[in-house]
Design a protein around this ligand. Structure first.
Ligand code: ADP
Ligand code: MG
Length: 275
């Protein structure tokens, strides 16, 4: 199978939407898996104390497992914390355990509380590049809130990927998310931009899904990927086998749609690099 082209420089995506259950973790895991299976080097940062991305990528994250908490709160080198996904070559994970739940409050009293992940990540990415092992894509899976953990992700990242569930109230809260991104841009990270919108849990049979999709495309135009992710039982089953849908059932519609969404992402990056 043809490989995806590597970007000109490492692309760091923040997968964010303060609504829960819209497909942030599913998108992080499956886009990352698709990119790695297509030959790219990918790092997933699990920034949700639930650790669902760590689970789906088969990386241990029981309470007490060192991970993103140690990176952000203690300043431990990422190099000591990142683990390979055992099933997918080229894919690594900075896991989250439930210990991260305390970080949101502990961060408040720490110096440079908004930029601790950024600092750790930039050091790690530079070290990888210096060692001739450049990471092509970083995907940060955010918790369902706009608190300090999500702020850390938005300071560390360049591109925001917003999954939008094709359901009632899909657009509710998006204004607040966009305003928060604007605040981060003007105060903490001028390079941050919403680059990618992905429609998830799309049901082609319903007018509701089509209506939401139309509304999102009107609002965000070419940032919306052409591929919408269908509602799929395979997608929802895969995490209970600690798998991405692509390794779980690579010929399912869910797997194919995530592969195509990931391909679109790589092409968008190439066009921007040329422009
Ligand atoms: P979030 O991280 O935004 O809270 P998740 O990615 O965990 O959302 O998805 C919420 C639930 O919906 C999970 O149980 C997940 O398995 C399921 N899910 C996500 N995407 C799909 C899909 N395309 N089809 C069916 N179920 C999905
Ligand atoms: Mg999640």
């Amino acid at each position: 199978t043809p490989r995806f082209d590597a970007p000109a420089e490492t692309r760091v995506f923040v997968v964010a939407n303060q609504k829960g259950g819209v497909g942030k973790t599913t998108t992080t895991v499956n886009v990352a898996a698709a990119l790695a299976i297509k030959g790219l080097r990918v790092l997933v940062i699990d920034l949700d104390p639930q650790g669902n991305a760590s689970t789906a990528l088969n990386v241990p994250h029981a309470e007490g497992t060192p991970g993103v908490y140690e990176a952000i709160v203690d300043g431990t080198d990422l190099d000591e914390l990142i683990k390979p996904c055992p099933d997918i070559e080229g894919l690594t994970v900075l896991p989250a355990s439930i210990d991260l739940a305390g970080a949101e409050i502990e961060l408040v009293s720490l110096v440079a509380r908004e930029s601790r992940l950024d600092r750790a990540l930039q050091t790690y990415l530079r070290d990888c590049a210096d060692a001739g092992d450049r990471i092509d894509y970083v995907l940060i899976d955010c918790p369902p809130s706009l608190g300090l953990l999500t702020v850390n992700a938005m300071v560390a990242g360049r591109e925001v990927l917003i999954p939008i569930q094709c359901e009632y109230y899909a657009l509710e809260g998006l204004g607040q998310l966009v305003r928060n991104i604007e605040l981060i841009r003007s105060h903490l990270n001028p390079k941050l931009e919403i680059s990618t919108i992905l429609l998830t849990m799309y049901d082609a049979r319903t007018r509701l899904s089509a209506g939401v999709a139309d509304e999102v495309r009107t609002h965000f135009s070419d940032k919306v990927l052409k591929t919408a992710i269908p509602r799929s039982v395979r997608i929802s089953e895969a995490p209970s086998y600690q798998q991405s849908v692509i390794t779980y059932d690579g010929s399912s519609s869910g797997a194919l749609s995530y592969l195509e969404a990931a391909r679109e992402i790589t092409v968008a990056g190439r066009q921007e690099a040329q422009a």
